[in-house]
Write a protein that binds this ligand. Structure first.
Ligand code: F0G
Length: 459
C-alpha cells in the first residue's frame, strides 16, 4: 500500500460541498456541451480542474491581508513583496502582474514585438502558446524523449533536449526570439527539470546571445524534486535552490496562483534594468502602475507571505503536497490504472492513450474519460491532450504528444478520504471502460479552443 503522510496543518475553516444527483450530472454535462470548463462549480463535488488559485491560504497569509497598503504608487506592500522575491530568486528587478498570462503578455509581447520568431521551450504551456501565436511567433517544444514516455522513470523528465537546442541554434539562430524552461513541466505531467539542465540551457543561450527566461509557476515544487533527486543538492535549502535558478537565467515570470499559495497574482523578475524599464511601459498599459500591476495591496501581502512559507524548511508545505500527490499516483498505479510515472508535482496524470485504446485520438479519449469521471463521481478534471494541443495541418490531424487527463490537486484543500473516493470511482470506471465513447468538436474558436469549444459524443 502507498504511504500517506500526515498533513503539517489542521483545519479551522471549511467550505460545504455537495454531490449533485445522477440526473443533475447528466443534464449539467449536456448544458456544458461536454466541455468541463463550462460546468458550473455548483454542479461539482470535487474540483480537480486546476491547482491555480484554488488552494487554501494559511492563517499567516490571511493575517497579512489586513496589512495591505492600498496606496496607488510605491506602497509598503510592494516594497515587502519585491524584497521577498529578491530573497527567493536573487533577481533585483521586479514587476507585479495580476496573473501568469498577464506577465506573458508583457514579456512575450515585448520580446516578440522587437523580433518575431521562435520561442524554444521544454514545453510551452497553453497560455504561453496563445501569446506566442498572438504575437506572430512560433512555439517550439523540445522536451527530452523520456518526457513523453509515461512509464519511463527518469527523475527529470521535464528537461530540455540539449542536442535539439544546439541544432536549432546552429542552423537558424536568427529565427529564435526567446528560450524558456517551464519548472515543473506542466503539460508534460508536472515533471521536474534538473539544475544541470537549467545551467546547460543558460550557457547555450549565453553563447548565442538569446534571452532565457524561466516560467516559475511551480518552481518551489521543482526545487523540492532537485533537493530529493539531484546529486549535490540534498543538503541545500529550497531557497538556496530557487536562488540558484536565478543565477542561470535572464529572468523569470510567475503565475503566483500556484507555488505562492494565493488565489490571484503573478510577477516578472529579472536582472537587466533597461529591459525591466521597457517592460514597465507595457505593464502600465495592460496591468497598472508598476508597483501594483493589477493587484490590490492585500494581494501583494498574501503573495509575499505565501512565498516565504512555501520555501520554509520548518513548515514542510511543499514536501507534504508532493507526497500527497505521490500517494494518489502510486495507489492508482497499484490498482492498474495507467498514470504518468514517477509522480511529479501538482497533479496525477492518467495516460488515457493506454487506458482507452479503443477511442481514436481524433475523438479526444482524455476528454471522454473526464466526462465519465464527472458523470460517475461529480469530479471535474482537465484534458491535456489533443483537445488542448492537437491541430490540423493541411487538413491532416496531428495529435498531441500524449493523451493525458490531469487530476490537479488544489493546495491544502482535499484530504485522504477525498482521494480514496476518487480512486474508488476510477477503479469502477476501469471495470467498464469499453463502453466509453469518443467526442467530436461542434464549435471552436481560433485560439485556445479547449477553454470554450463545444463538443458532442460520437455515436
Ligand atoms: N505557466 C504555467 C506553467 C502554468 O501552469 C500557467 C497556468 C500559466 C503559465 C499561466 O498562469 O493562469 O496565472 O495566467 N496554469 C493553470 C493550470 C491555468 O491549470 O495549469 P495564469
Amino acid at each position: 500500500m502507498a504511504n500517506y503522510n500526515p498533513p503539517p496543518y489542521r483545519i479551522k475553516m471549511v467550505e460545504p460541498i455537495k454531490m449533485p444527483s445522477k440526473e443533475r450530472r447528466e443534464v449539467a454535462i449536456k448544458e456544458a456541451n461536454y466541455n468541463l470548463f463550462n460546468l458550473r462549480a455548483r454542479d461539482i463535488y470535487m474540483d480537480l480542474l486546476t491547482d491555480s488559485g484554488t488552494g487554501a491560504m494559511s492563517q499567516g497569509q490571511w493575517a497579512s491581508v489586513f496589512l495591505g497598503d492600498e496606496s496607488y504608487a510605491n506602497a509598503k506592500s510592494f516594497e515587502r513583496l519585491q524584497q521577498v522575491v529578491e530573497d527567493i530568486t536573487g533577481l533585483p528587478e521586479f514587476l507585479p502582474a495580476h496573473q501568469g498570462r498577464a506577465a506573458e503578455n508583457v514579456l512575450v509581447g515585448h520580446l516578440l514585438g522587437i523580433k518575431p520568431g521562435k520561442v524554444v521551450s521544454n514545453q510551452n504551456f497553453d497560455t504561453t502558446v496563445g501569446h506566442i501565436l498572438f504575437n506572430k511567433g512560433e512555439p517550439v517544444d523540445i522536451v527530452i524523449d523520456e518526457g513523453t514516455d509515461a512509464k519511463n522513470l527518469y527523475p527529470f523528465k521535464g528537461n530540455m533536449d540539449i542536442n535539439k537546442l544546439n541544432k536549432i541554434l546552429e542552423n537558424e539562430a536568427e529565427k529564435v526570439a526567446l528560450i524558456t524552461l517551464v519548472l515543473t513541466n506542466n503539460a508534460g505531467g508536472g515533471q521536474p527539470v534538473s539544475m544541470a539542465n537549467v545551467k546547460q540551457v543558460f550557457e547555450i543561450a549565453r553563447k548565442y546571445n538569446k534571452p532565457f527566461f524561466l516560467d516559475i509557476a511551480r518552481f518551489i515544487e521543482n526545487a523540492y524534486f532537485i533537493q530529493q533527486r539531484e546529486e549535490g543538492y540534498e543538503d541545500k535549502s529550497l531557497q538556496e535552490i530557487t536562488r540558484e535558478f536565478g543565477e542561470y537565467c535572464d529572468g523569470m515570470w510567475m503565475s503566483a496562483k500556484k507555488d505562492a499559495y494565493v488565489n490571484i497574482g503573478g510577477f516578472i523578475a529579472l536582472k537587466d534594468k533597461t529591459l525591466a524599464d521597457r517592460l514597465r511601459e507595457r505593464l502600465i498599459m495592460f496591468e497598472g502602475f508598476p508597483t501594483y500591476g493589477g493587484l490590490a495591496g492585500r494581494d501583494l501581502e498574501a503573495m509575499a507571505t505565501g512565498l516565504q512559507e512555501a520555501v520554509s524548511a520548518d513548515l514542510g508545505v511543499v514536501a507534504h503536497r508532493i507526497n500527497q500527490i505521490k500517494y494518489l499516483v502510486d495507489t492508482l498505479h497499484e490498482k492498474g490504472i495507467p498514470v504518468v510515472l514517477p509522480a511529479g508535482g501538482h497533479a496525477c496524470f492518467i495516460d488515457v492513450a493506454e487506458f482507452l485504446p479503443h477511442i481514436p485520438k481524433e475523438q479526444f479519449p482524455a476528454q471522454a474519460l473526464g466526462i465519465e469521471l464527472y458523470l460517475r463521481g461529480g469530479i471535474r478534471s482537465v484534458e491535456i491532450g489533443s483537445l488542448m494541443f492537437g491541430k490540423h495541418v493541411d487538413g491532416v490531424f496531428v495529435p498531441a504528444k500524449m493523451e493525458l487527463l490531469r487530476l490537479t490537486i488544489p493546495r491544502r484543500t482535499y484530504e485522504k478520504a477525498h482521494f480514496d473516493y476518487l480512486i474508488d470511482i476510477l477503479v469502477s470506471i476501469k471495470d467498464n471502460k469499453e463502453a466509453i465513447k469518443g467526442l467530436k468538436i461542434t464549435e471552436e474558436p481560433e485560439l485556445l479552443r479547449h477553454f470554450t469549444c463545444k463538443l458532442a459524443p460520437v455515436e
